[in-house]
Design a protein around this ligand. Sequence first.
Ligand code: NDP
Length: 235
Amino acid sequence: MMSEKKHALVTGGSRGIGRTIIETLLAEGFEVWYLSRSKAEGLEANHISCDMANRGSVEAALETVVSEAKYIDVLVNNAGITRDGLIMRMKDEAWDDVIAVNLTSVFLTCRRIGRLMATQRRGAIVNISSVVGIVGNGGQTNYAASKAGIIGFSKSLAKELAGRNVRVNVVAPGFIGTAMTEVLSEKLKDQIKSQIPLSRIGNTEEVAQSVAFLASDKASYITGQVLAVDGGMAM
Ligand code: NDP
């Protein structure tokens, strides 16, 4: 009997790290569904339009994915935003938006897809945190809270789902060249580089390879871990 094609769901795969994660999984033979507001050009994956900031939108999108895919082997929570600012001046919306997109969406996807994986008795979840969730960063209290939240959430979920043969791990990227980091000035980028032991900005492939590893059977005895892909920033 031919083995079934593996199914993956990725949030926020329209560009940046998420897009490279999808390309990597496609190259490994996965069929991929991804949730984002915009559709990526030239990606052989199933796009479901979804605003991760909106609970109803996420829940509806997840039902669509489950009815189309029937089973999910790999879930990658990648969608994320920044709304930086010092806390004295941080508006409520900057806090609420970041927590909704970066953390609440992870709860919603893991609750629905975790339930599916538990009944399947197999699955791997990889949640994207950040070096900022480990060491903190002035001007990013909202972002750091969401990314540190992902770590505690994922370790707890790993404990809940281990008995069902579902693994949950975290990848914590450092400074990766994408639209999120493009906006920073050259001066700031040079400053950041001076704090990276490997002295360079990382690329999306380096993150995607780690995600693909943790999602694969090569990592079959790894759960509840945080893998920093950060050129040594957080050690
Ligand atoms: P990008 O800004 O390049 O891409 C973000 C992705 O998230 C897009 O696909 C976007 O899709 C999606 N997204 C954002 N908001 C929403 C929303 N409301 N609803 C649905 N999808 C949304 O970011 P990166 O690729 O750089 O970052 C990806 C992840 O990696 C994030 O979680 C980020 O925090 C994390 N990270 C990034 C680092 C870096 O240096 N770049 C470092 C550490 C962590 P669309 O706009 O189409 O909706």
